[in-house]
Design a protein around this ligand. Structure first.
Ligand code: GLU
Length: 505
């Protein structure tokens, strides 16, 4: 019988959540939804030295912002396998129990080496030109562990409370094979695998042991995670095997890396930064709070859509998908092995598509406080009109300001390129005539403005619309000119024209 689909996102609270991490969460979520299964959030906080205050709340809030909600887990309500924080799970002695099982069956051992001794070993191996110095079947023979020390000495050390770690006893030369859902068969020789520490001297399990214990205890059916964990997978296979749990182990799926747009190298941290929420939190190790997708003005729906297509494709050319549509479509068959290129420009395009789904009134509502901060207030109807005009140009709501601030502020300078090219001795007379016609308009509508403009042209000949635009707004481009003049209002337009005519020579 197929196991019920139970997947987990298992971040370590060692900092803010990056794009790759959220994508892992998303793919887990989509897979669970597709199969009517469960999605669990487990916090893997056994590495006390890397613990960062606030990171857990950040992770939870980031998932909430994206709309990726686990059914069980820290911050989302307990399920049958609580607690979901490894530091709390440790209390029951569960990790130690599994480690002891491996000791008893001879597949793990105690190692008493101090950090100085380990340092020395590394130096020795480096001096001997060993490419990847590691604690393994060969090197452990020269170290202080329960495989090299006499039995009574080991007992004495343990009884005296000497510090030790428990290591996995990896065989010297054995083929380890496993079938990854995305990569297919992976074959590694055990000579490449080190004797991983399973239990640390502070009694805490390492990730390698803890995640296996928890995946088994929580009945996880698929372990879906980033490619960076692929090199550790052979050691994990051995642990399952030595625990007699190979048949119960979750299927493995390692997601491709996210790459820079040009495809060379992993995405930079700056680009991978994910929204911070609450806004006031920032990674205490970093001098500045980081600007994430949320602060940049991304819609969560757009962000999720972008992530979904990083390493997965729907099998056709469609690009815009809601979380619900994705849940119906997602499968691992369409997840690629090769790295997924992230294009920040394309990401903005996605946001624009979502921005355009909003009504003018909705956009106005969001823009209102931004405008207020700039010192301006306008009616809802005015702002909706404004958004309608400027909408085509913007990818983020905050860009309404940059693209349309001239609606609220008179220009302080006139586009130099246009003016140098087009302003001449006849200009003053021409635009004075236009100003005179505008002054005579009673009802300041687009139609009447258009008509009076043509009246002016009948009098003075062709009038360059771009120059007129620059005189009113200062800039060379923007929405349809007469729409823009109507929005700015008669009095303000005349004011600006008069100032321009009196300052320009
Ligand atoms: N705690 C690991 C991480 O931070 C989880 C890896 C896994 O999903 O097995 O990435």
């Amino acid at each position: 019988m197929e196991k019920r689909v139970r997947v987990r996102f298992a971040p370590s609270p060692t900092g803010g959540l990056h794009m790759g991490g959220v994508r892992t969460a998303l793919f887990n979520y989509l897979f669970a939804k597709k199969h009517g299964g469960d999605f669990i959030l487990r916090i893997e906080d056994t590495d006390q030295t890397r613990f960062v205050e606030g990171a857990e709340a950040y992770i939870i809030n980031a998932l909430k912002w994206c709309g990726i909600s686990p059914n069980e887990g820290v911050g989302f309500g307990d399920g049958p396998h609580a607690p979901y924080r490894q530091s709390e799970r440790k209390e029951s002695g569960i990790y130690k129990k599994y480690a002891d099982r491996l000791i008893e069956s001879g597949h793990a051992y105690y190692a008493f080496d101090t950090s100085e001794e380990l340092d020395e070993m590394r130096k020795r191996l480096e001096a001997a030109k060993v490419v990847a110095p590691q604690y393994n079947a060969v090197t452990r023979q020269n170290m202080r562990n329960s495989l090299t020390l006499p039995e009574d000495e080991v007992k004495k050390l343990l009884d005296s409370g000497a510090k030790y770690v428990i290591r996995l006893k990896v065989p010297r030369n054995e083929e380890i094979r496993f079938n990854d859902i995305i990569r297919g068969w992976v074959v590694v020789n055990s000579a490449q695998v080190d004797d991983k520490v399973l239990l640390k001297s502070d009694g805490m399990p390492t990730y390698h042991l803890a995640h296996i214990v928890d995946d088994i205890e929580m009945k996880i059916s698929h372990a879906v995670r980033g490619e960076e964990w692929l090199p550790s997978a052979p050691a994990h296979i051995l642990i399952y095997r030595y625990l007699g749990l190979e048949n119960d182990m979750p299927k493995l799926a390692h997601l491709p890396l996210i790459l820079n747009p040009d495809g060379n190298g992993k995405i930079s941290k700056r680009e991978a930064r994910f929204p911070v929420f609450p806004l006031s939190w920032h990674d205490p190790r970093e001098a500045m709070p980081y600007i994430g997708y949320k602060e940049t003005g991304y819609y969560p729906e757009a962000f999720v859509n972008i992530l979904a297509l990083l390493g997965w494709n729907p099998g056709n050319n469609e690009e815009i998908f809601s979380l619900e549509q994705l849940s119906a479509l997602f499968d691992f068959e369409r997840v690629h092995k090769s790295g997924a290129k992230f294009d920040p420009e394309k990401a903005k395009w996605f946001n624009q598509q979502y921005l355009r789904k909003h009504t003018d009134a909705e956009l106005a509502e969001v823009f209102k406080p931004i405008l207020k901060e700039k010192g301006y207030e306008r009616s809802d109807a005015f702002l909706a009109d404004f958004c309608r005009l400027v909408k085509e140009k913007v990818q983020f709501v905050h860009e309404f300001w940059n693209h349309g601030k001239y609606v609220f502020e008179a220009p302080t300078a006139y586009d130099e390129k246009v003016m140098t090219k087009k302003w001449n001795d006849k200009s003053k007379a021409i635009y004075s005539a236009v100003t005179a016609k505008f002054t005579a308009v009673n009802d300041w509508t687009v139609d009447n403005i258009t008509k009076s403009f043509h009246d002016a042209e009948a009098e003075v000949g062709k009038v360059d619309m771009q120059v007129l635009r620059v005189l009113v707004s200062g800039v060379a481009g923007g929405p349809q000119l007469f729409d823009m003049l109507a929005l700015i209002g008669k009095e303000e337009v005349l004011n600006r024209l008069n100032i321009a005519l009196s300052t320009l020579s």
